[in-house]
Write a protein that binds this ligand. Sequence first.
Ligand code: PCA
Length: 218
Amino acid sequence: MGTSLPRILLTGFDPFGGEIVNPSWEAVRALHGKRMAGHLVVSAQLPTEFAASLRLLKRLEREVRPVILLGVGQAGGRHQLSLERVAINLQDARIPDNAGAQPIDEPVIAGAPAAYFSTLPIKAMQAALHNAGLPAEISQTAGTYVCNHIAYAMLYLAAKRRGIRAGFIHIPYLPQQAAHIRGAASMSQSDVERGLVIALRTAIATPVDRPLEAGTID
Ligand code: PCA
């Protein structure tokens, strides 16, 4: 890759569910090749397909050898940048993926632990995003579709190798998507890009997360 800088593997997804754009890929592709705090960002698109996304992620991880793995995905119902705390070892697809597969109650990785927590400093990242004037929340579930699948796989890969941390961020619709859906929230691509840069810079600078309150009662 032409440089010895430590790498960040940043992934987004292709459009799914009838959309013609996926905001995660639009933001992630814009950051490809950027340097931040002595790290190089390598961006890649994953297909919104359970099987193929996992195969490609494994290949990318072997090739890129990142020190940070950050997955980004669209979550149309979310109003803020959503920092995922946990990923579960489960596929339960409400709609078929882009290859037509609809796994129900199958593990992401057979025999692996039920769940992993993010190893990125989500509380510090949330605080940094708020300080920059960007709406951000801690999310306690990444769902059970392809994003949770990849979030789980990233945390699984990170747990196997020393010196890698991993996490996942869900993002709202772009304004042009929300324009067609009554009541839907949205966030501009430039705000998402700015948020991802802040999140990554904070992750690089924060080896141990800050004990800030961000729980829920419901
Ligand atoms: N969002 C979906 C999969 C791809 C994407 O961008 C999800 O939340 O699972």
